[in-house]
Design a protein around this ligand. Structure first.
Ligand SMILES: *[C@@H]1O[C@H](CO)[C@@H](O)[C@H](O)[C@H]1NC(C)=O
Ligand SMILES: *[C@@H]1O[C@H](CO)[C@@H](O)[C@H](O)[C@H]1NC(C)=O
Ligand SMILES: *[C@@H]1O[C@H](CO)[C@@H](O)[C@H](O)[C@H]1NC(C)=O
Ligand SMILES: *[C@@H]1O[C@H](CO)[C@@H](O)[C@H](O)[C@H]1NC(C)=O
Length: 413
């Protein structure tokens, strides 16, 4: 079977052991999408007003909490906490500096032994290899949010410490550009973007989620599908690892079934209004933050409920770029947009935590297997997050639960 989507999480549990990413024939044409579960979303609007208002309310709560309880960590002060901002608020120079640092990471040698991941050629690839290697223990699990928080932070630190970047990791606000992501400065294709859409590949089938064999949610293809045609990641950027669970049909298979073999190719995208305009709107994001009050339901809702036709902002945000490796649950960090998306995932968790700090700062839930398949023990705050050859020291979920404590010292606006 071929897992054709990102969110293969729903079927990954049952697919372990089956060859992933094999080029099997496609099933029958996709049935029409079932009616969407969840709150009705105004399709086509671009506003982040409600989400941003919750962020402000959360920041005020955080300030009040710090006044009454003190800051959790004496080395992280109000003055020197770094501030993560939306890419559209970056100055041209700040954008240049960030893009150069990412390009720098793709020119430094890998630290992953080639015996373990022959496809990990660059320092950038170390992050992709680690994500591929751990995919089945970091999605649909209790460590999903904390693992990706630490991973995104480790990438930001590599940009700073190994490539001289002075700023903070930017995020991409899904709702702000929900109607048309190509209007955002992340995807507008300019020299100061993260490159735009892929070359048009007409005549493609819908993308089925969680897989072509199990089409619970169907997304119409966008206007891309091929190699990105503009911007800084057009020619000089090379994807080396994966795919493992490709969404495009004409993919180049990895020589190793693990996806860790060497598979040099271009960055492909299929920017999807179908995903963004319906599934990552201001309504969707603000409802997620306000209506899901315990950790497990919040984290699970964020990752989608495909049998009930609900995509969730996590999968929607990945499919906003889609393509290869962006649409691949395993290899998606091979598209540098990954870190913009996961900074937004992290921001939404931060906003959620700040709505009720006493109860949510160190909340935990869910188990240690994908959607609890096979059934496993509950995740705990003492569980270890180890990023392997990314090279940062292992931390606990507890350490990764507070952006002003543990290894961290940052906030969002
Ligand atoms: C922040 O300031 C504190 C107190 O001056 C200092 O100990 C700490 O190293 C600083 N942290 C950063 C990340 O600059
Ligand atoms: C993959 O994970 C295993 C088990 O944790 C570890 O021993 C191995 O070094 C990892 N491989 C890579 C490429 O990170
Ligand atoms: C679309 O799906 C049909 C039916 O499964 C298949 O025959 C066709 O090859 C697919 N087209 C592409 C471009 O994948
Ligand atoms: C795991 O968590 C669930 C939900 O919070 C709880 O009902 C259950 O008792 C926990 N299991 C164990 C073994 O602690």
């Amino acid at each position: 079977m071929k897992l054709s989507t990102f969110a293969a999480a729903a079927v990954v549990g049952t697919a372990i052991g089956a060859p992933l990413g094999g080029n099997c024939p496609r099933g029958p044409p996709a049935p029409p999408a079932p009616p969407a579960g969840g709150p009705p979303a105004p399709v086509g609007s671009s506003s982040s007003a409600k989400t941003d208002a919750l962020a402000v309310k959360g920041a005020l709560n955080l300030a009040a909490y710090a006044l009454s309880h003190g800051l959790p960590n004496t080395v992280c002060t109000k003055e020197n906490a770094s501030v993560r901002r939306e890419w559209s608020t970056f100055s041209p120079q700040e954008k240049k500096d960030y893009i150069s640092a990412v390009q720098c990471l793709t020119k430094k040698p890998s630290k992953t032994p080639s015996s373990l991941a022959p496809g990990a050629k660059t320092r950038y690839d170390d992050f992709v290899a680690t994500h591929i290697n751990q995919t089945l223990t970091i999605h649909g699990t209790g460590n999903f949010l904390s693992w990706h928080r630490y991973f995104t932070w480790a990438y930001e630190q590599a940009l700073k410490n190994e490539c001289g970047y002075k700023g903070s990791q930017p995020y991409y606000s899904w709702p702000k550009w929900a109607a048309d992501p190509t209007k955002s400065p992340v995807f507008d294709g300019s020299d100061l973007s993260m490159s735009g859409d892929g070359a048009p590949q007409p005549g493609r089938n819908n993308t089925c989620i969680p897989s072509n064999d199990l089409c619970q949610i169907s997304l119409t293809p966008g206007n891309g599908g091929g190699c990105v045609t503009s911007g800084p990641f057009k020619d000089s950027f090379q994807v080396n690892l994966g795919p493992v669970a490709p969404v495009l049909t004409d993919f180049t298979p990895n020589p190793d079934f693990t996806g860790l073999g060497y598979n040099p190719r271009c960055l492909r995208r299929d920017i999807s209004k179908a995903a963004s305009s319906k599934w990552s709107t201001d309504e969707q994001v603000s409802s997620l933050i306000t209506d899901f009050k315990d950790f497990a339901s919040f984290s699970t809702r964020m990752q989608g409920d495909f049998p009930n036709g609900f995509l969730g902002v996590h999968t929607a945000g990945h499919f906003t770029a889609g393509g290869d490796p962006g649409g691949d649950l395993f290899a998606s960090p091979g598209d540098p947009y990954f870190y913009f998306h996961h900074a937004m995932i992290d921001r939404v968790w931060w906003i959620w935590q700040n709505q009720d700090i006493a109860n949510r700062q160190y909340a935990i839930g869910a188990t240690i297997t994908v959607n609890n398949q096979p059934p496993s023990r509950n995740a705990t705050l003492d569980d270890i997050i180890d990023l392997g050859y990314v090279g940062t020291k292992p931390v606990t979920i507890r350490d990764a639960s507070n952006t002003l404590a543990g290894p961290f010292c940052y906030v969002y606006v």
